[in-house]
Design a protein. Structure first.
Lengths: 475, 387, 413
């Protein structure tokens, strides 16, 4: 079997420390050009050839971009973003996006403060990241939003994007200044906003109630831990009770919303990625543990599943969801929508890939760790949970982001089984009466490509940042 | 020995799962048995995998089960009609800039919603690829398939599908650039022909051109989004598709194109329902035909109210108005389809008659009525009497 | 239901058996944990439970599957449909609508295979170039290479394929205005054609002769290398081997009375005569996937080059090796060893991504299967076959890869 992928890009290159180069001297422009572009005859040749190619390409692209008619994306902007979402309910996706941005930047501010303080405590030089640093990290997303909104024909989207961008920067500051009590629970703050956002879109009840229940249970459990309560009954019953209460309360509220079958466009693309990660990761961890177990039956089952899913293209799995999965539901029952079925297979797909990544992480944890834990009398469950998994997962976070990027790109295949995702709206808008037969495909493809590229590029930058940070932190 | 608590917990959990699992599966067994009460099917659900002889019995059982529920009842309970449609077929099914479905096929879904539920907006469209149509219909995910589907014997026979009155008579045609020097199909020797994947168009092309001894290179695309640029850039000299589609593109392409005179197939397109529920099939059939009958009567969405007081008892009956019989008693006639008496009125007032639907969706594409004109006007649109 | 009972019985039997054994053999059990805490018992128990759950789940799904397929009159084990006429035709193949489905599928496999065989080496070559360029001391070159990687790595391959195809479509002229390079090459947006060898009399014999020549050339290569290792004489093995091969080729050509001739392509009435041809979608698809895969491979190559100890390069410098020699003999061989395992992953990805050619009209295996779905051929069997084919490709590739990897590792340390 091939080695697991364990780097930021999912390319599987072992972690590499770039050679420590001496601080580069500032050369005067003339010498810099000579040293970096024309140091010898073949370098000069390469420079010239590349410059010619670059200029030609740039001239072509700029000429094309100026001459092209963007009317099709202007008309279809809403389709591209949210598909056929009911027009008078558009506040829902807006509220969801803004709440998620708010939660992310609050949590982000809180977390970077916590990191900062840890560094200070450990004597590592650290300064508060400036707003410019924040922009450096988020520019692909910020520019993409501006690019998208530049096609809007009404004012609300401009306001929404402006609020989002300002919120991103302002709330990070708020998060940084939050009292330590809240700051330490930054993850839960983020989760609360995320759930609120999802609730605006899809209503409470069902999935939301379950997820909220689990999160509350985890929160209660960690709080009990913090409070130093170890009474067995309380530690077990408390979180479960809290989770169940949350579940029932939320289900009882029963706020109406729109299930994902009513979503479309970029929304579906983002959503499919998020669900693929959120559901694929737990299954992936289980599969990885199963694959490393020494119980032959469990191991074999896991290996077969992982190798099968990784051995076939995603498109065949999606065809399976479309043509065969309905046959596995009981006769006469609801076979679920095409998107739900596709999500089941996407979950299986990402679980198999995550499993291999996690397995790589598990292998990277030295055996001494487990042995030391065993020697100190910990139970196998505790060893996995407290010693091995944290180290293993930490080692492979960049690779997981890499897998997230891959999944994000792969969701474009949903179009092939007729799901109206971001990619599919290119064809849909070219079929409209006003644009039929006008040959506007290059325009829509460019628009779509930019959307995918900005998000994926942002994620890959983040993963590289994480990789650098982990490397510095660990070694 | 420190390992036991965790293993014990796992074991307990797995046992719990196993119990839940077996409980669930037994629950299903019993529910299926009760659903099909009246049949002498016992709890032999486990056996049908092993025992080939019971297969027939099982099949009948399910069909009866569907009948018992009935699509009509399901639609009424749900309050919306689910149609299988298309989102990228010019004129027939598209999504407009507001994210709404529109098109000729979509309007017939609307017709059906108006007839069954009295509300032409009470419908949902599930966009399907060509290959997904029949599996989706068979799985019961949609109530009716209105997606440019050609009525053929093999589909009627082996797809568990019932084809109903065609809404559009089409035929497969060929389109070339006007400057290509190809004037008829026989000139198309050794050309490359563009066609959409997984369609009957592709099968017809292969069969007919093979029979005529015309050799060609097929170039198959999964969407018009790639096929159209290929044709414009002359990667293929010929584009074959339903004549209505070709006409739509011929009217909009920037280049001069000619549709060849050869029409190689009959393509009657109409709504399709799953086998096994004849009441539902009849409902879909008559709702569709009502639009044509309305045109024949000269009733459209603008003037339908004025016909409510018509002198013509045939029209009154059609619109579900009380008709005086010989004895002077007036009563609303129920034709017994399971539809409201005024279903035709709902259709016409909310959606329109056949001509209106045609003109709203297909005339802008440059399509003529042709064979789709009424039988009284030289076409073949002829429907049985509504009485 | 019945299964659940078996299950409980099995569990009871397991514990009962142990209990009985302990009782009957009167073993000292005082320091033995009770059975529900005994790791060995639990290991078996868990697996029995796991098998049971898998079995229950499987049989539930299987029951549903059987009921459903019965309802729609489908026999998922009936492969007789493979002999029915396919109704489809494939560009540049002798497949006609009356050929059986099995041969249509075989054609699809062949086309998929052709994309892999050509595409993977191209990706490695191109990816290595880009990866090295990223490390170039030429600022412009390294920035362009970085830009290339960041651009192509972050766009869905499906989009890249369609994009590239569009560029080929409008960049190359239509057939009637084909670009011709001498008589040798023809380029248009339908096909590319080039010269080839056409067989004449004695060609079969000549082919065997050339095979033998190839073997001989290999032997010469080895002999020269050994000689070099032993005595240090410059080996010039390329020259020697090539000389042997070409020499025999020329002699054989004369001796066998011109067994082949060169055939140049020509378009007569839209028919391509002579030479070899390839479809534009094939070229565009392979090119696009090469661009995409190369962006990933470039990162692998870069990482693996950086992982080579700097001292190695400095040692090379000390030996007065030129820049090229340093790369060729010191850095790349070591980097390759690090890069190889992740490269295998990219090969697998390439193979799987060829399924996206469905969007640009190249008849590989997925495209053919979608056509068959459209004709309502039985989906379970077709999916089974198609997934099986991809799995086979994946397995073969990773097996080959692992074999090579094993050799590399042994040679290394």
């Amino acid at each position: 079997m091939t080695d697991p992928l364990i780097t930021a890009t999912g390319d599987g290159v072992p972690l590499v420390v770039e050679p420590n180069t001496p601080p580069s001297k500032k050369l005067p422009p003339g010498e810099w050009v000579k040293a970096n572009l024309f140091s010898n005859w073949y370098n000069s040749l390469v420079t010239l050839v590349m410059a010619v190619i670059l200029i030609y390409l740039a001239r072509f692209l700029i000429g094309w971009a100026i001459g092209v008619e963007w009317q099709i994306t202007r008309t279809n902007l809403r389709n591209f973003m949210v598909g056929g979402f009911p027009a008078d309910e558009l506040w829902r996706p807006w509220a969801a996006s803004l709440l998620i941005i708010a939660g992310a930047s609050l949590g982000f501010g809180a977390m970077s403060r916590a990191e900062h303080e840890t560094d200070v405590r450990n004597g590592i030089p650290s300064t508060k990241p400036t707003q410019l640093d924040l922009f450096r990290r988020f520019w692909p997303i910020v520019l993409l939003s501006i690019f998208f909104v530049s096609f809007a024909r009404t004012t609300p989207p401009f306001i929404g994007v402006a609020v989002g961008i300002v919120g991103l920067f302002a709330l990070r500051e708020v998060g940084w200044r939050l009292p330590a009590v809240i700051r330490d629970r930054g993850v839960f703050v983020f989760a609360a906003f995320l759930l609120a956002g999802f609730g605006c879109l899809a209503g409470t009840g069902g999935l939301l109630a379950i997820v909220a229940g689990i999160i509350v249970a985890v929160l209660v459990s960690t709080e009990l831990g913090r409070a130093g309560i170890t009474t067995r009954a309380v530690v077990i019953a408390g979180p479960i009770a809290a989770g169940l209460v949350t579940y029932f309360v939320l289900s009882a509220i029963g706020l109406e919303g729109f299930g994902w079958d009513d979503w479309g466009g970029f929304h579906i693309t983002i959503f499919a990625t998020a669900v693929g990660i959120a559901t694929g990761l737990p299954f992936g961890i289980l599969l990885a543990i199963g694959r490393r177990s020494n119980l032959p039956v469990i191991k074999t089952a896991c290996v077969i599943f992982i190798e099968f899913v990784r051995g076939v293209p995603l498109i065949t799995l999606l065809l399976f969801s479309s043509f065969m999965l309905p046959l596995f539901f009981p006769a006469g029952s609801d076979t679920r929508s095409g998107l739900t079925r596709a999500m089941i297979l996407i979950t299986a797909f990402s679980a198999a890939y995550f499993a291999e990544i996690v397995r790589g992480g598990l292998q990277s944890v030295p055996k001494g760790q487990t042995e030391a834990a065993q020697a100190s009398g910990m139970s196998p469950g505790a060893i996995q949970r407290l010693i091995v998994m944290p180290q293993a997962l930490r080692n492979v976070i960049p690779a997981m982001v890499g897998q997230a990027i891959a999944l994000f790109k792969d969701t474009s295949l949903l179009a092939i089984i007729g799901i109206a995702d971001f990619f599919q709206y290119g064809e849909i808008s070219n079929t409209q009466q006003d644009f039929l037969g006008k040959g506007l495909q290059p325009v829509t493809y460019t628009f779509i490509a930019l959307g995918y590229w900005a998000v994926a590029y942002w994620m890959s930058r983040e993963s590289r940042r994480l990789e650098m940070k982990l490397r510095v932190g660990v070694r | 020995m420190s390992s036991t608590p965790m293993l014990r917990r796992i074991l307990a959990m797995l046992f719990a799962f196993a119990l839940v699992g077996s409980a669930c599966s037994s629950g299903d067994d019993t529910s299926e048995a009760t659903d099909s009460d009246g049949n002498t099917v016992t709890t032999a659900d486990d056996g049908n995998g092993d025992d080939g002889d019971t297969d027939n019995g099982d099949g009948e059982e399910t069909i009866e089960l569907v009948q018992g529920d009935g699509v009509l009842a399901a639609v009424q309970a749900r309050g919306t009609l689910k149609c299988g449609g298309n989102d990228t077929l010019p004129g027939f099914g598209i999504i407009d800039a507001d994210g709404e479905f529109s098109g000729f096929d979509i309007d017939f879904c609307r017709v059906l919603a108006a007839a069954v539920l009295g509300d032409s907006e009470a419908f949902e469209i599930l966009p399907l690829t060509a290959a997904q149509r029949f599996p989706t219909l068979q799985s019961g995910e949609i109530d009716v398939l209105i997606r440019n589907t050609t009525w053929t014997a093999s589909r009627d026979g082996s797809e568990q599908a019932t084809f109903l009155h065609p809404t559009f008579y089409d035929g497969q045609g060929f389109m070339v650039r006007s400057d290509s020097g190809i004037a008829s199909l026989d000139d198309a020797q050794n050309t490359t022909i563009c066609v959409l994947q997984g369609t009957t168009t592709l099968l017809n092309m292969n069969a007919v051109l093979g029979d005529r001894g015309i050799s060609f290179t097929p170039l198959e695309f999964d969407s018009n989004d790639t096929l159209q640029p290929a044709f414009v850039a002359e990667q293929c000299e010929v584009w074959t598709s339903d004549a209505s589609q070709l006409a739509a593109f011929a009217a909009t392409l920037d280049i001069d194109v000619t549709v060849l005179p050869d029409i190689i197939s009959k393509e009657p397109l109409g709504p399709v329902v799953a086998d096994g529920d004849s009441q539902w099939a009849q409902i879909v059939d008559w709702a569709t035909m009502a639009t044509i009958q309305a045109e024949e009567f000269g009733i459209n969405s603008g003037n339908v109210d004025s016909f409510l007081t018509s002198e013509d008892s045939g029209i009154l009956r059609f619109l579900g108005q009380p008709v005086e019989d010989g004895d002077g008693n007036s009563a609303v006639a129920d034709v017994g389809l399971g539809l409201p008496a005024d279903f035709a009125y709902n259709i016409i007032s909310q959606v329109g008659n056949y001509a209106e639907i045609f003109e709203a969706n297909l005339t802008p594409l440059g399509l003529e009525r042709g064979p789709n004109a009424l039988w009284t006007e030289g076409g073949i649109m002829y429907v049985p009497p509504f009485r | 239901m019945r299964l659940a009972i078996y299950f409980v019985v099995a569990a009871v039997a397991l514990f009962g058996w142990r209990f009985l054994r302990d009782v009957t053999t009167k073993r000292d059990t005082s320091n033995r944990p009770p059975p529900w805490r005994d790791v060995r018992v639990l290991a078996v128990g868990i697996q029995v439970v796991a098998v049971g759950i898998l079995f229950l789940l499987g049989s539930w799904l299987w029951d549903n599957f059987n009921t459903r397929t019965d309802d729609i009159g489908l026999d998922p084990f009936d492969f007789a449909f493979l002999d029915q006429p396919s109704g489809i035709s494939i560009a540049d193949s002798d497949l006609n609508p009356n050929s059986p489905i099995s041969s249509a599928l075989r054609n699809g496999v062949k086309n998929t295979f052709l994309t892999i065989v050509v595409g993977i080496p191209l990706s490695v070559l191109f990816g290595t170039l880009i990866g090295i360029s990223r490390l170039s001391e030429n600022w412009l070159l390294s920035k362009i290479a970085t830009g290339y990687v960041e651009f192509f790595r972050n766009i869905p391959p499906l989009l890249i394929i369609v994009f590239t195809w569009s560029v080929f479509l409008t960049g190359f002229p239509p057939e009637r205005e084909s670009w011709e390079i001498g008589d040798l090459f023809i380029f248009n947006n339908k096909r590319f054609a080039g010269p080839s060898i056409a067989s004449q009399e004695n060609f079969v014999a000549y082919r065997w002769l050339m095979l033998a020549a190839l073997a001989l050339a290999a032997v010469v290569w080895v002999v020269r290398t050994r000689l070099f290792d032993r005595t240090g004489t410059p080996h010039r093995r390329v020259l020697w081997s090539l000389g042997t091969f070409v020499g025999i080729g020329v002699i054989g050509y004369v001796a066998l009375g011109q067994p082949f001739r060169f055939s140049t392509p020509d378009i007569v009435e839209r028919v391509y005569e002579g030479g070899v041809k390839m479809q534009m979608p094939y070229a565009a698809g392979v090119f696009a996937l090469t661009l995409y895969t190369a962006s990933h491979i470039a990162e692998i190559v870069r990482g693996s080059i950086l992982s080579v100890d700097r001292g190695q390069v400095e040692a090379g410098n000390a030996l007065a090796l030129s820049g090229f020699q340093r790369y060729r003999f010191v850095v790349l061989p070591q980097a390759f060893r690090v890069a190889f395992p992740p490269l295998i992953n990219q090969f697998l990805n390439f193979t799987k991504n060829t399924s996206l050619f469905v969007a640009i009209g190249f008849a590989e295996i997925t495209s053919i299967s979608i056509n068959l779905f459209g004709q309502s051929r039985p989906a379970p069997q077709i999916l089974f076959i198609v997934m099986g084919i991809y799995l086979t490709f994946s397995l073969v590739l990773s097996t080959i890869g692992n074999l090579i990897n094993g050799r590399l590792a042994i040679a290394g340390r």
